[in-house]
Design a protein around this ligand. Structure first.
Ligand SMILES: *[C@@H]1O[C@H](CO)[C@@H](O)[C@H](O)[C@H]1NC(C)=O
Ligand SMILES: *[C@@H]1O[C@H](CO)[C@@H](O)[C@H](O)[C@H]1NC(C)=O
Ligand SMILES: *[C@@H]1O[C@H](CO)[C@@H](O)[C@H](O)[C@H]1NC(C)=O
Ligand SMILES: *[C@@H]1O[C@H](CO)[C@@H](O)[C@H](O)[C@H]1NC(C)=O
Ligand SMILES: *[C@@H]1O[C@H](CO)[C@@H](O)[C@H](O)[C@H]1NC(C)=O
Length: 284
C-alpha cells in the first residue's frame, strides 16, 4: 500500500511538473512578424503582423534607440492591440539621426523575443516627392520657380542641399536640362520667342518626376510691343508740336479781347474757348 501510494505521488509530481513546464513553454509568445515602415514626406508609419499562434490578449510595444542613446519605449506605442500600427513621425524628430527599432509582444509578464527593423535614417530613407513647379514670364524669357510640396517641408527642401534637375522641352523637339540647388527662381536663358516650353522636375538621385509637365510660352518677338509704343509716342509728339503754337496764340488773343470787368469771372469761358481751339487744333 505504502509503496503504491509513494509511486502515485511521484507520478503525480512528475505529471504536475510536466504540465507546469508545458504551460511555461506554451506561454512563450511568438515575436511579431512582417515589420514594415512606410515613410513618406517624413511621416513614418510602422506596421507589423501577429506571430503565428499568438494567444488572445497579446499586446505590442515599440522601442527605439539612436546610435548613442538607450532603448526607450515610444510613448504612443505602448501596449498596442489593434490596429498593429505605430506612428513614429514625432519619435523620429532628428531627420539626420539613425534609429534602431524593435517590436515585442507581451501577455501578462510573458514577453516575446524582439523583432527588429533595419536601421532607419529619415533624411535618406523617407520617400520624397519632387518640388512643385510654376513658370512665369520674366525678362522676355521664362523663369521656373520651385517650392516644397508641403509648407512644413520647406526648410528640408531648402536646407538639405537636395539637388533638382529641370528638364525643359519645346514643341520643336529641343530638350535640355538645368541642375539647380535649393528652391526659388531659376531663369531659363536662350529660349526662342513665341515658343511653348514644358518643364518637369526631379530630385537628383532621389525621385523621378511624378507630375505632368508645367508649360508656358515665351513672349512673341520680344520687340513688337516696344516698337508699337514708340510709334504711338512719336505720333503724339508730332501732333503736340504742330498744335501748340495755335493754342498759345488763341489763348492770349482771347484774353486780350475781353473787357477788364469780365476778367475775374471768365475762367469757365476761357476753358470752353480753349477746348474749342484744341478741337480745331486736332484737325490741323
Ligand atoms: C509595406 O507597406 C506598404 C504600404 O502599406 C506596402 O505598399 C508595401 O508593399 C509593404 N511592404 C512589405 C514588404 O510588406
Ligand atoms: C502597458 O501594460 C503594462 C503591463 O500590462 C502596464 O504596466 C502599463 O501600465 C501599460 N501601459 C499603458 C500606457 O497602458
Ligand atoms: C502621424 O503623425 C503625424 C504627426 O503627428 C500626423 O501628421 C499624421 O497624420 C499621423 N498619421 C497617422 C496615419 O496617424
Ligand atoms: C528585447 O530588447 C530589450 C531592449 O533592448 C531588452 O531589454 C530585452 O532583453 C530584449 N528581449 C529579448 C528576448 O531579447
Ligand atoms: C533680368 O535681367 C537682369 C539683367 O540681365 C537681371 O539683373 C535681373 O535679375 C533679371 N530679372 C529676373 C527676374 O530674372
Amino acid at each position: 500500500m505504502r509503496f503504491r501510494h509513494c509511486t502515485m505521488s511521484v507520478i503525480t509530481s512528475i505529471l504536475a511538473f510536466t504540465v507546469l513546464f508545458t504551460l511555461v513553454l506554451c506561454m512563450e509568445i511568438p515575436a511579431p512578424e512582417h515589420l514594415n515602415l512606410s515613410s513618406q514626406y517624413f511621416v513614418h508609419l510602422l506596421s507589423w503582423k501577429m506571430g503565428p499562434g499568438s494567444p488572445d490578449g497579446v499586446h505590442y510595444s515599440v522601442k527605439i534607440k539612436t546610435k548613442s542613446g538607450s532603448m526607450v519605449v515610444v510613448e504612443a506605442c505602448e501596449n498596442v492591440t489593434s490596429p498593429l500600427l505605430c506612428n513614429l513621425t514625432e519619435a523620429f524628430s532628428d531627420v539626420e539621426e539613425i534609429y534602431y527599432i524593435i517590436v515585442s509582444a507581451a501577455l501578462g509578464s510573458h514577453m516575446s523575443p524582439n523583432a527588429s527593423y533595419t536601421p532607419f535614417k529619415p533624411i535618406d530613407n523617407t520617400i520624397l516627392e519632387p518640388p512643385l513647379v510654376t513658370i512665369t514670364v520674366c525678362n522676355q524669357s521664362l523663369c521656373v520657380s520651385l517650392r516644397a510640396p508641403a509648407e512644413r517641408l520647406s526648410e528640408i527642401y531648402k536646407s538639405f542641399k537636395l539637388k533638382y534637375r529641370l528638364r525643359v522641352s519645346s514643341e520643336d523637339g529641343t530638350e535640355f536640362t538645368v541642375d539647380k540647388e535649393g528652391l526659388g527662381n531659376e531663369p531659363l536663358s536662350n529660349l526662342a520667342p513665341g515658343q511653348r516650353y514644358c518643364v518637369t522636375v526631379s530630385i537628383i538621385d532621389r525621385s523621378p518626376p511624378n507630375r505632368p509637365p508645367v508649360c508656358a510660352s515665351t513672349p512673341k518677338t520680344a520687340n513688337v510691343s516696344d516698337a508699337v509704343i514708340s510709334v504711338i509716342l512719336c505720333l503724339l509728339m508730332v501732333i503736340f508740336v504742330m498744335c501748340t503754337p495755335r493754342l498759345v496764340v488763341h489763348f492770349f488773343c482771347l484774353k486780350a479781347d475781353l473787357p477788364a470787368v469780365l476778367l475775374d469771372d471768365i475762367s469757365p469761358y476761357i476753358i470752353l474757348k480753349e477746348m474749342e481751339q484744341w478741337s480745331v487744333g486736332i484737325k490741323c
